[in-house]
Write a protein that binds this ligand. Structure first.
Ligand code: UDP
Length: 238
């Protein structure tokens, strides 16, 4: 059982790839359910939780551009991919008995609420998990930047970035022997050493708004609750 939460309100950023499980593409139902359980555990600690989901498991604008597609069009397709993932996440969290709302930065009234900041805050106060879909709503951005933006708007105490590894390393721990993990980094260290935690606009936004970023493994069941409880493995950027 995780300890007392360190944070009152957090934003969880999950990349689309984290939802693929062992697959090479798309959504793995088992993995989505497992992450939904992890989110439920944190919400059951009395923490207000909002989520930004990426779309890289389905489509990325840069990949479209590399194949000759207009970049902005590709990016809109990428944003639509995040809506698909957000609906899957919503379904899985609600199956755990937790009320949710999806708010999309691109209005899509038949499938979600539009993004309305004050309404999102109210949902969270009522214990609903709010999932922000469609990134920032603008091409040429990423869902990492959307996560930093929404965390700032929501007044979150922390932005938790769930990745495949349990923190930020000096090199790719899967490829380089002797890669060492950082326990703590400053925003400026991440920017100047280009450490690849999140893109630069996301880091800058978090820095300006003094939101710590905790990088942890979303692959490890229960890891989210441990990190919010102050335990577990992570790197903090602050
Ligand atoms: N995207 C965008 N604007 C945003 C957020 C996302 O245009 O504000 C598009 C972009 O094409 C991106 C895709 O959506 O490649 C999927 O998002 P991202 O690559 O951030 O997903 P992740 O890597 O987290 O799975």
């Amino acid at each position: 059982m995780a300890a007392e939460p360190r944070y009152k309100r957090v934003l969880l950023k999950i990349s689309g790839e984290a939802l693929m499980g062992q697959q090479e593409y798309g959504l793995c139902g088992e993995t989505v359910t497992r992450i939904a359980r992890d989110i439920t555990a944190v919400r059951d600690m009395g923490v207000e939780v909002c989520v930004v989901v990426g779309g890289g498991n389905i489509y990325r604008g840069v990949a479209g551009a590399a194949a000759g597609m207009d970049r902005a069009t590709g990016d809109y397709m990428g944003m639509l991919a995040t809506v698909i993932n957000s609906l899957a996440m919503q379904n899985a969290i609600e199956q755990q008995g937790v009320p949710t709302r999806v708010q999309s930065a691109i209005p899509m009234e038949a499938v979600s609420e539009p993004y309305i900041r004050r309404r999102a805050l109210r949902h969270m106060e009522k214990g609903r998990v709010v999932i922000f879909a469609a990134g920032t709503g603008n091409p040429f951005f990423t869902t990492d930047t959307a996560a930093a933006l929404r965390a700032s708007e929501m007044g979150c105490d922390a932005l938790l970035k769930g990745t495949k590894v349990d923190g930020v390393y000096s090199d790719d721990p899967y490829k380089a022997q002797g890669a060492t993990k950082y326990d703590e980094l400053s925003y400026l260290q991440v920017l100047s050493h280009d450490l690849g935690v999140m893109d630069h606009s996301a880091i800058s936004l978090a820095r300006e708004n003094r939101i710590p970023i905790l990088v942890f493994s979303i692959v490890k069941p229960g890891g989210f609750a441990q990190v919010v409880g102050g335990d577990g493995q992570y790197t903090i950027v602050k």
